[in-house]
Design a protein around this ligand. Structure first.
Ligand SMILES: [Fe+2]
Length: 566
């Protein structure tokens, strides 16, 4: 049975095709449209899923859209009535988009899938997150927690899942949202909402949580079970395009930071305080959920599950034995989640408890790929000079280049599903060099100086270098580094690192490359950052990959078995 999942019209549009519940193709629209966080209908992503797999629309059994637009629209109208006349400006901007486009999603789907005659279903937003969290996990049963900005009405939900059943038992509703609470600070500290939350997480390590009590006193009421109530006098997102009110600025005695303004200690301290509140609320939530469900496993979903610092807190201080977070817990991931909900829950098919290594492969490496012939043909037709090597030699040469301090583009196999490059569309460098963060920033990334670079580590060495006893295959855990002096370029200012564990089975080529680096240096770790220039999505085609070496000061790019030097 073929099922298609779609998410769009908010941010991060995506499409995913499942065969008998297994992901056979999934990709974000931005990778084709080249518009970062593209929220339009994912025409190109759908087209690629079908052409890559050779499936025709008439072969698709049924389609799932990742939320219920009618309920979302109802919430919007309810909200505008409640805040009137304050929200008029926002109303005039938002409502026409819904009336002319977003409410007609069924038509859009039928139009883009000519020949498809099956059913289209609309699982609730948090059920799509929950399904993606559970059905990518190796667990037979699990408690579920999903936290994001807002779906239809829910902003946080919890429940449990077993075999092909996913049940949400409790939720917190709009406008009381932990995700939007964090997004309000993201906005206030000069980053873009829905995009800059991970920057706030990086920034928070530089501060002290001096405003922790003030936030709990004035902005958010937190109960023992983790339920929250925002004091809406301080937030503006219900009626304005900005997230915080004048009262919020007055409370911290500063105006919202602009993008280009210098980051001061007060910004770091406010960030640290918001991060600590977030972590403490989530810890209360997971303790409560554990009390209620008595389960040993927890699956986390929703955009807030991208917060690797909070995730590590749940792992290290929370009551659950095992935690699973899917590679794409945000809304793009819900294209897969909605299709998984459709196949397992709606069509009542049993969950396949396969080994977790195979699940990791299937959860991540499911995007577009270009083989050696296609890469060679691109290089030849553009008269680009390259060297070609057998795989063993290629790995040895690349590892030597990295250990000599070069910055290498590594373009291999299938593109990753989710926001992180996990060894197939990556830029690689030596983590032992203290100056490598500055080199990477000067040559390619031009990032804010407070943002760390992440390490990929051979899975069997993870606990030797990090305070962690479980794999972190999707780079969603930020753990303390045990040997910071050995790997200064990936050790954050607070002594942590956002690690990706790599095993031979889940990505053998990347694993073998790190192993070659290990043979040379004695360090089983490589810096891994996504292959894109600032403001652009991760590269897709060989042409886009090659442009990396043209547009930046990258030293070398390895595309398939071909090596191109700057
Ligand atoms: Fe969401």
């Amino acid at each position: 049975m073929y099922n298609l999942g779609i998410s769009c019209y908010y941010h991060d549009s995506a499409a995913a095709l499942l065969k008998d519940g297994h992901v056979i193709a999934a990709v974000e629209e931005e990778r084709f449209s080249r518009k970062k966080f593209d929220d339009g209908f994912p025409h190109k992503a759908i087209e690629w899923c079908l052409s890559y797999t050779g499936i025709k629309p008439e072969q698709i059994d049924s389609v799932a859209f990742y939320d219920k637009p009618i309920l979302k629209f109802e919430r919007l109208l309810d909200n505008y009535i409640a805040v009137a006349p304050s929200g008029l400006h926002s109303f005039l901007d938002v409502i026409p988009k819904w009336i002319h486009k977003r409410l007609w999603i069924k038509n859009d789907i039928r139009k883009s899938l000519k020949g498809f005659t099956g059913e289209i279903i609309f699982p609730e937003h948090h059920l799509s997150h929950a399904a993606h969290a559970f059905f990518t996990s190796p667990f037979e049963e699990s408690a579920i927690l999903t936290i994001d900005g807002v779906g239809e009405w829910s902003t946080t939900s919890f429940g449990y899942a077993k075999d092909n059943s996913v049940k949400i038992t409790n939720d917190i509703r709009w406008p009381h949202s932990l995700g939007l609470f964090y997004s309000a600070f993201t906005y206030f500290l000069g980053f873009k909402v829905n995009e800059g939350e991970y920057k706030l997480m990086g920034l928070s390590s530089y501060g002290k949580p001096k405003y922790y009590d003030l936030i709990l006193d004035k902005l958010i009421d937190v109960k023992e079970d983790g339920s929250i109530h925002l004091n809406m006098e301080y937030f503006a997102f219900t009626y304005d395009k900005v997230m915080t009110s004048k009262k919020f600025s007055k409370l911290f005695e500063i105006e919202p930071k602009t993008k280009d303004e210098e980051t001061l200690q007060i910004h770091f301290d406010i960030g640290a305080s918001a991060q600590k509140v977030l972590e403490d609320v989530i810890l209360k939530m997971v303790n409560h959920i554990h009390d209620k469900t008595k389960m040993k496993n927890l699956c986390l979903g929703g955009g807030v599950a991208l917060n690797g610092v909070a995730n590590y807190k749940i792992l290290s201080e929370g009551p659950f034995e095992n935690i699973h977070i899917p590679p794409s817990p945000g809304d793009a991931g819900s294209a897969v989640g909605a299709a998984q909900y459709l196949y397992y829950v709606y069509h009542k098919n049993s969950k396949d408890y396969s080994n977790s290594a195979r699940l990791i492969q299937e959860n991540v490496y499911v995007g577009p790929s270009y083989d050696n012939d296609e890469i060679k043909s691109f290089l030849d037709s553009n008269n680009i000079k390259y060297q070609s090597f057998d795989t063993r030699t290629l790995l040895q040469k690349t590892a030597h280049l990295i250990s000599d301090g070069n910055v290498i583009g590594w373009y291999q196999g299938k593109m990753e599903w989710g926001p992180r490059a996990l060894g197939n569309r990556s830029i690689l460098a030596d983590p032992r060099r203290l100056d490598m963060k500055d080199i990477l920033n000067a040559k390619i990334k031009h990032r804010e100086s407070f943002r760390p670079f992440a390490p990929s580590i051979m899975e069997e060495y993870a606990s030797e270098y990090f305070e962690i006893g479980v794999p972190s295959p999707y780079m969603l855990m930020v753990a303390p580094v045990k040997k910071p002096k050995e790997i200064p370029a990936v050790t954050h200012v607070d002594g942590t690192g956002r690690l990706q564990t790599v095993s031979k089975y889940t990505n053998s080529l990347y694993y073998d490359l790190i192993n070659e680096f290990y043979k040379i240096t004695g360090v089983p770790i490589i810096i891994n950052t996504s292959m894109n220039v600032m403001g652009e999505p991760i590269v897709n085609t060989p042409e886009q990959a090659y442009q990396m070496i043209v547009k930046t000061d990258m030293d070398c790019i390895v595309m398939g078995n071909y090596m191109v030097m700057k």
